[in-house]
Design a protein around this ligand. Sequence first.
Ligand code: SF4
Length: 346
Amino acid sequence: MNRTRFSFSERDLLPDADAGVLKLQALDGERSSGLALGLGITDDCNLKCPFCYYRQDGSPGKHAAMTPEFLERLLAGLGRVGVIMVGLEGEPLCHPDFGTMMEICSRHADSTVLITNGLLLSPDKVRVLNELRVSSVILSCDAVTPETYARLRPGGSLERFSENAKYLAAMCHARISVHSVVSDINWPELRAMPGFARSLGISCLSMTQLRNNEWSRLNGIRRASPAVIREFTAAVCREAEKCGTVIAFDYLYTPPGDRDWMRETVADFRSAEADLSPSCAAPWTGVSVLSDGRVFPCCGDIEPVMPESLTFDGIFNCKALLKLRQMLSGREVPEVCRKCLSGGQP
Ligand code: SF4
């Protein structure tokens, strides 16, 4: 993975005495830590999206798949977690043992969430999701016309997505939602996403803005301008209200300088909400592990690191997370976080 390569050097990392106060506590027995664990179970993907944050070098990846044995060891070391979110890095439905991996996750977490492009869903896979009581399925879709879908999701088709999404909405007991990445390419048509999702039987949407990255730049896809985002946000909220669709804008949708207008905008709509927390809580609420076993400290621009051990401390209190917690506890927002919160702008 070629991120923006922010990484901590050993010199930056904390001495043990300081680290203690920043540690999250492991719980004994069957009590849940309440923490979130993201999992990339494979870096294989059936698509080659031109804005993919995980493929900034345009490579096809390492075709790495986490094994069920590794996952059992990892989760046994962590204790019970609040939620496991399967679907970073690659397409989880490409994993050859998808059902086994989800079954292991469901035994170790209070709830499980699947994030997928939806194109490889089948009645068998939906049956697995129901049997395991997966609590939520998030479908990634950033277009409502076949042309834009083909541009943003090469290798996929909007027709197939729509068929699968309709089937999922009708047959799966989990909460189903559509997640879209807004960019300068798709914002005009994403105003119609609430009605499109409704036509599939889905009434929950979430949105984020594109994070500028080398791969998206190379492919001519950029963030929409702040003025466009304001116009778009009000329009899509109006549409959501009209269609009876709930719409949520995530933490990274609104850069820090835009929080006031965002607060005013969503206040006008009963069905819209935005995460406008004053500071990033990611390093205190969870962490992710990628298919090759590396820890990805947050959803930002930090290089993944190899864990020191497959234990609660090795994952939820790894040195990179302790450092991030220390930096975010200070007066100044660290540079890596400033860049992350502004969507990858230097
Ligand atoms: S880089 Fe900083 S702001 Fe971004 S997700 Fe990580 S901790 Fe949060």
